[in-house]
Ligand binder design. Sequence first.
Ligand code: DC
Length: 227
Amino acid sequence: MDNIPVITIDGPSGSGKGTLSQQLAKHLHWHFLDSGSLYRILALAAGQHLISFSDEQALANLAKTLAVEFLTQELGDTPRVLLDTQDVTHAIRTESCGNRASSIAVFQKVRQALLERQRAFKKPPGLVTDGRDMGTIIFPDAVLKIYLDASVEERAKRRHKQLLEKDIHTSFDVVKAQLIKRDQRDKTRSIAPLNPASDAIIMDTTGMTIETVFNKIIALTKKIPGV
Ligand code: DC
């Protein structure tokens, strides 16, 4: 056992977990793990290596050998992502890459191959993580587990806005339909499905600004001894 604190933020796409976990890591000057990016990088790499998205073993082998680097200037910064020295920071953010990531995330061998890679992010002074199974599987001993949710309509609006800001143009209806499909897959897969840990604090962020949710999360972190 070590005493490096971990705060996990899980939830479906568009729940605000990406933005909030990143802001929290920056605020605390802790390390940051965007676990979804690993599934996205693997999906991108599989495409480049012409590996079938249904070949569990080949995907797991690739996951073990992926040469990934997350480059940051300061603790908590949004990392630049390098795959085999190629900058894939933007390439992994498309909806199609997110959907492929969700498809390959159903495989036990793939999840197992990425497990230690995720745990290796836990370093002093602490770690904030964002994902689907952070509080349930990867960091069950986290000092604070938050599960963010919001209505489908609101999450689709947030996602759509985020994509437009990144200059990725897709219609709202397409974004909403894809989000529903992805949630369905992430929640119903048999291995590590998206659901709140039994000791997670569940927050419905529908109608709340990021700032309001952030302040609520900060209030929760203040209750953790030593943070
Ligand atoms: O958080 P995200 O949208 O970047 O994640 C992309 C996909 O990766 C998500 O739809 C399911 C998968 N994923 C997962 O299975 N477990 C995680 N901890 C994070 C992401």
